[in-house]
Structure formats: structure tokens, C-alpha cells
Design a protein around this ligand. Structure first.
Ligand code: FAD
Length: 430
């Protein structure tokens, strides 16, 4: 029988699957354009991504692919990111750079790290708060790790697990902590110490070039129903499609309401229990050149409503008109911590002035909002249990799930492009 592979979602994972499969598949996307989270809006000379999006390469495969598809477009940058706390800027990552903080804070961070050195391995199942304490000690946990993660995840670290940290939170040795306490000259650490961004235009060019190399993409096709037994998907526009193989890159959480077959009770419960963080992203265009010399800044303290502020004009001068600067500001929220959408823009602007990034007299030329429902998957204590139940169920029904929200996993653009290749290999082999 000829294969008819249906791929749901034309974000980078769905596009990568179709790009690597080439034939026998069709991608359906609910929006009028491809790219998902890796899209870009261009308005009045400002180029705004769907929140800050920078490319990091851990693998040669994706690096070569991007270079082949978009020769010469992406250029590397050495990260220049900072943490603002105690009214002081310290270099990121905090754990390796406490230089400049009040001496009492630095002392506590060093002593805490000394404590960790003498400790044995932690038990296997620890919560995120215990994980921080074990790897970084009391001071670094108190002054950065705990408040930043609490703010970002909207839940107390005691409620979370640490499984997502690998590859995202750099570990440090005692010597690095000591070096970074006494001088600014520490070596760059972590997955994002180098990043790549287009010389011209925004991050959407990756999705667009992948789409150009794919034959069958249908936009404005929102899946509204799925019959697993009949192998059929239904769309909002009244059309439907039969499949032999189905790949879902759409959010797992939303799937519960789409599946028309009777779901086992425990699967229903597992879908229901998945948790996520949403991101309210305010992009600003400001009539002032060189508003900051930094790439982005982390804000662990609660007195600022945002957790991060970035400056796209420091990634590329071509993302804003001459004489202006652009900023992206990120606020996280969830069912556990709401934001008041009527007040959040003015609160962000007040806090930007409070932090010294904006001046009260700054002329804001452009306000652009992305309210991102599915931003980050929450790794709560039931996470692994729920994901196992759902994955077993999907596998039993011959459904592949891929990408950041299909897999329900903390994944970067590079990760989901690789995932697309992996899934395409699996489907081809079947
Ligand atoms: C705030 C934020 C900042 C980030 N910054 C970075 C960064 O700097 N660097 C980095 O590498 N990664 C970053 N990421 C991660 C990166 O965006 C993702 O890993 C990647 O874009 C996910 O691609 P995807 O295809 O898996 O999912 P998505 O991009 O979410 O694509 C899923 C697609 O499915 C479509 N869809 C959903 N429901 C339906 C339906 N019912 N019917 C049809 N279509 C549907 C959606 O419209 C979407 O196009 C960031 C993510 C966020 C949220």
C-alpha cells in the first residue's frame, strides 16, 4: 500500500520531517504561514521574532544544513548576557560570575559552593530546589537559582524536577566560582555562549527555506478532530484527510479534546495533568540608538515583572530603522500565576524605567505583542508518569509525536530540526 503520511503543524519540527521525507507526505498548518514559534513579523522597519530566537549549534548536522540552505546568512556572535540583581549587573551565568555583587552575597555564594564540594552524590529523585542546593550551594541558590526559576516556571522549585536542566544550566567547579567572584575575566559557559543570527531579516528564514523545499504544505488547515481507528483527521474548513501514518507536532495537551475515539481514563487524566508556561512577549521599538550594549539580561528579582529583556538591534543592525533600538521583554504566566493583560504593558514599561533600560522621556515608536500560549513545558513531579502513559498510548495507535510540544519537552530549534530527521527515518523504515 502507498504511504500517506500526514504531518500536523508547520513549525520547524513538522517542516524538518517533511524536508527529510520529501515524498508521500502532506503538512497541515492552522496558521496562514509556516514557522510556528520561529516566525517573524516585520512592521514599519522593525523586525520582531516571536520572542527572541537565536540559533545555537551543538551538532555539525544542523550547522551544515543551515549553511547549505542559507549560505552566508547566519553570522556568529559571542554571547554578551548579564544578570541584574541587587542593583548590579553581573555576567551570565550567575554561578560563575558573582563579581560586583555586595560582598556579603559573594561570600555566601562562595561558602555555599565550598559546602557542595564535600557532599556525596544526591539521591536519584530530587526536586529542583534540592538539585540547585546540591550543585550550587545555599548562596547561589538563594540569590539566583531559586528566585529566577520560581519566577520563570511560575511554580516553586520544590514542585518541579530537574530533568530539563541538562544542557541548559551550566555546572561549575569551585575554582570557576572563585575566579568569577574576584574578576570579570571568566570563560564563557553553557550551550548559548555562541549564537547565530541572520545578517538581514529574522529567524523565520529557516522555516521559509525549508518550506520552499517541500512540495505539499497546506496552510489555514486547523485540525479540529482526529479518528484514530478510522485513520482520519478533520479540519475546521470542513475538509478531512486519511492517513497511513500520522505525525503530530501540535501541542499534546490540546490533543485530548481532538481525539474522537474513547480515551482510556488514565490517558485522559494524563493529558489533563500536563502543565505549561505561557509567555507574554512585548516587543518595543524605541527612538534612541544603542539603548544597551548587551545581548540580553536576566532579572531574578520579583520587583521586576519580566524575567528577561533582550536587544535585537545588538544581534543585527538591520532589524530596526537607523537611530532606533529594539527590545524584547518576556513575562511568564500560567494557571498558577496569572498576569493582568490590561495592565501588563504599562507595568513592563514602568519596570523598564525602574531598571534603567528606558528613560522616562524615551519615545516608544512601536509596541508589538506576542501572547504565546504554549511557551515552555512544566516539568512537575507527575511529568514523567504522564508522558509515559501518553506515549505508550500514542505508540499503540501508531502515532508519532515530534517537536517541542508534540514530545512535550524542552527543545531548541536545533533539537526539533534533528527530531524531524529522526522521525522521518523512523517513518521511512516502517
Ligand atoms: C519564548 C520562546 C523563546 C525561544 N527561544 C529560542 C531560542 O532562542 N533558540 C532556540 O533554538 N529555540 C528557542 N525556542 C524554542 C523554539 O521556538 C522551538 O523549539 C521550536 O520553534 C519548536 O518548533 P515545533 O515545530 O516543535 O513547534 P511549533 O513551533 O510550536 O510548531 C507547531 C505548529 O503546529 C501548529 N498547530 C498547532 N495546533 C494545530 C492544529 N490544531 N492544526 C494545525 N496546526 C496546528 C502551530 O500553529 C505551529 O505552527 C524558544 C521558544 C519560546 C517559546
Amino acid at each position: 500500500m502507498n504511504k500517506k503520511i500526514v504531518i500536523l503543524g508547520a513549525g520547524l519540527s513538522g517542516l524538518s520531517i517533511a524536508y527529510h521525507l520529501q515524498n508521500g507526505c502532506c503538512v497541515y498548518e492552522q496558521e496562514g504561514e509556516v514557522g510556528g514559534l520561529a516566525r517573524t513579523d516585520e512592521i514599519d522597519g522593525f523586525t520582531f521574532d516571536y520572542d527572541g530566537h537565536l540559533l545555537h549549534f551543538k551538532t555539525d548536522y544542523v550547522k551544515k544544513l543551515i549553511k547549505k540552505l542559507l549560505p552566508g546568512l547566519f553570522v556568529p556572535h559571542n554571547r554578551n548576557s548579564w544578570v541584574f540583581s541587587h542593583n548590579v549587573f553581573t555576567k551570565y551565568p550567575f554561578q560563575a560570575n558573582t563579581y560586583g555583587l555586595p560582598s556579603g552575597v559573594v561570600k555566601k555564594c562562595i561558602l555555599g559552593m565550598f559546602d557542595t564540594v564535600s557532599k556525596k552524590k544526591p539521591p536519584k529523585e530530587v526536586n529542583l530546589a534540592q538539585w540547585m542546593q546540591h550543585h550550587f550551594g545555599e548562596g547561589i541558590t538563594k540569590h539566583f537559582m531559586y528566585p529566577y526559576n520560581h519566577k520563570f516556571w511560575t511554580l516553586a522549585p520544590e514542585e518541579l524536577i530537574s530533568d530539563w536542566t541538562q544542557g541548559f544550566v551550566p555546572h561549575v567547579k569551585l575554582k570557576t566560582v572563585l575566579d568569577g567572584a574576584f574578576s570579570l575575566k571568566t570563560k564563557s559557559l553553557g550551550y548559548n555562549s555562541e549564537f547565530w543570527y541572520p545578517k538581514v531579516g529574522g529567524i523565520d528564514q529557516i522555516a521559509k527555506i525549508l518550506a520552499k523545499n517541500i512540495n505539499n504544505i497546506k496552510t489555514n488547515y486547523k485540525m479540529t478532530g482526529l479518528e484514530l481507528e478510522n485513520k482520519k483527521v478533520f479540519f475546521e474548513n470542513g475538509e478531512s484527510a486519511k492517513f497511513t501514518d500520522l505525525v503530530l507536532t501540535t501541542p499534546l495537551k490540546a490533543l485530548q479534546k481532538l481525539i474522537r475515539d474513547t480515551l482510556p481514563k488514565e490517558v485522559k487524566q494524563a493529558f489533563f495533568s500536563l502543565k505549561y508556561v505561557s509567555i507574554f512577549n512585548l516587543n518595543l521599538g524605541v527612538q534612541r540608538e544603542n539603548i544597551s550594549d548587551k545581548h540580553w539580561i536576566y532579572f531574578p528579582e520579583d520587583k521586576f515583572c519580566f524575567f528577561r529583556v533582550g536587544f535585537p538591534t545588538n544581534f543585527s543592525k538591520n532589524v530596526a530603522p537607523r537611530g532606533t533600538s529594539s527590545l524584547y521583554v518576556e513575562v511568564s504566566y500560567s494557571e498558577f500565576k496569572q498576569v493582568d493583560k490590561r495592565k501588563i504593558v504599562s507595568l513592563i514599561e514602568t519596570d523598564l524605567v525602574k531598571s534603567g533600560i528606558l528613560n522616562p522621556e524615551d519615545d516608544i515608536l512601536m509596541r508589538h505583542i506576542n501572547d504565546i500560549k504554549y511557551g515552555y513545558v512544566i516539568y512537575d513531579k507527575q511529568y514523567k508518569h504522564n508522558i509515559k502513559i501518553i506515549n505508550d498510548y500514542l505508540l499503540k495507535n501508531n502515532i508519532y509525536s515530534a517537536g517541542r510540544f508534540g514530545r512535550w519537552k524542552y527543545m531548541s530549534m536545533e533539537d526539533v530540526i534533528l527530531d524531524g530527521k529522526l522521525i522521518s527515518d523512523l517513518v521511512k523504515k516502517k
